[in-house]
Ligand binder design. Structure first.
Ligand code: CU
Ligand code: ZN
Length: 171
């Protein structure tokens, strides 16, 4: 079959307009102010949601609230430029395994005596497309533990580190 030139152009344009779906994203966390807290969070599309893998260093021993915030804006020294918890469904603050929660509610990171916290879990709510897409949003690590109850913040205290969730180079 011979296609007219304009038909070939249409096919080429459609291919360009549909990039491969994102399967992996990453946020490099930088210290806010003089917190000295930094780390990396990777987000990988898996069966049942998005696998969240985090390693954060420079923390005080104990639990630290850990959320996706609305804005991928870490420009303010106190991290408030990242806004509140990412909550596209207008639900209450809770934990990552609660039925009703903010999409950004990822629970706590728990640091050992060495100040390092690692966590890995599959988040059933987070996504790379649609209204729950976390791409371009911010990740914040807090000074205090998230109590999963206090609205709308979990009473997790100040902001220690911030990063922007971007498309990872290796998919
Ligand atoms: Cu937060
Ligand atoms: Zn929340």
């Amino acid at each position: 079959m011979k296609l007219a030139p304009f038909a070939l152009l249409t096919v080429a344009a459609a291919a360009l307009a549909a990039p491969a779906p994102v399967t992996k994203a990453v946020a490099a966390l930088s210290p806010l102010g003089s917190s000295g807290v930094s780390g990396t969070v990777t987000f990988t599309k898996v069966e049942g949601g998005v696998k969240v893998s985090a390693k954060v260093a420079g923390l005080a021993e104990g639990a630290h609230g850990f959320h996706v915030h609305e804005f991928g804006d870490c420009s303010a020294a106190d991290g408030l430029s990242a806004g509140g918890h990412f909550n596209p469904t207008a639900e209450p603050h809770a934990g990552p395994h609660d039925a009703h929660r903010h999409t950004g509610d990822m629970g706590n990171l728990t640091a050992g005596k060495d100040g390092v916290a690692t966590v890995e879990y599959v988040d059933p709510r987070e996504s790379f497309d649609g209204p729950n897409s976390i791409l371009g949003r911010g990740v914040i690590v807090h000074a205090s533990a998230d109590d999963f109850k206090t609205q709308p913040t979990g009473n997790a205290g100040g902001r220690l580190a911030c990063g922007v969730i971007g498309v990872a180079k290796s998919q």
